[in-house]
Design a binder for this molecule. Structure first.
Ligand SMILES: C[S@@+](CC[C@H](N)C(=O)[O-])C[C@H]1O[C@@H](n2cnc3c(N)ncnc32)[C@H](O)[C@@H]1O
Length: 211
């Protein structure tokens, strides 16, 4: 598990809470401190040597030594560091080198009107190298990327099981959207339910699942 941009550890605590005792958790942020580190350490069932704090900007994890040590080994990468488009592009390059074939990259502030440069950088990266990642889900200011191998399985999971899994965790209701053809953009969106049904397909066939 890798978290770029930890701050006080709010989202970062989810990594160790989901990690097995054998899995490593790495945290990268120039303002890491003892309090945050102790919190994150306490959330991991693994030995202390499975937790790694890198008190630095994410460029510290672009060295050949780091990239080869952790090559394609991360199952979860959450990017919430510097919010410029330039930094996000660099973090995507790191994620591309480090993501496991069955891993997921979660992007903070994706499609947020506060940070349009984040979305622009993601779409530019995907256009430049379409085989690197597939965008499978967006919503609640997050975007989710995976390797193209995994995308069909994740889309099936999203379509068939995501809502039920969310219902086990919250009473909130959601609408899942797949509002265009797969050849246009094969990505689901998720929003609060409001006045919509649980699933919305394209406007011309709103209850059809096409993915
Ligand atoms: C929005 S906050 C992260 C919030 C955190 N994920 C949470 O859930 O509370 C952004 C963090 O990114 C860190 N940061 C800024 N530039 C960074 C960089 N280049 N590499 C890594 N972290 C960076 C900041 O120090 C700050 O703690």
């Amino acid at each position: 598990m890798l978290e770029i941009g930890v701050y006080k550890g709010k989202s970062a605590t989810l990594s160790p809470l989901h990690a097995t005792a054998q899995e490593h958790c790495l945290y990268v942020d120039p303002i890491l401190n003892e309090t945050t580190n102790a919190l994150l350490q306490s959330c991991h069932v693994g030995e202390e040597d499975k937790t790694h704090f890198i008190k630095s900007f994410s460029e510290a994890i672009t060295t050949p030594q780091f990239l080869s040590q952790w090559h394609k080994s991360f199952h979860w990468i959450h990017i919430d560091g510097e919010h410029t488009g330039m930094a996000l592009t660099d973090d995507l390059k790191v994620a591309d080198a480090l993501l496991h074939r069955n891993g997921i990259v979660c992007l903070d502030d994706f499609l947020s009107p506060r940070y349009p440069q984040i979305s622009q950088s993601v779409f530019a990266y995907l256009a430049k190298d379409p085989t690197s990642f597939a965008l499978v889900l967006c919503g609640f200011n997050k975007g989710y990327l995976c390797r193209p191998y995994l995308a069909p399985f994740l889309r099936k999971y999203i379509q068939e099981k995501l809502q039920a899994d969310l219902q086990d965790r919250t009473e909130d209701q959601f609408t899942l959207w797949h509002s265009t053809l797969p050849d246009d953009l094969n990505c689901f969106g998720i929003t609060p339910r409001e006045n919509a049904p649980p699933y919305r397909g394209p406007d011309w066939m709103p209850d059809k699942v096409i993915y």
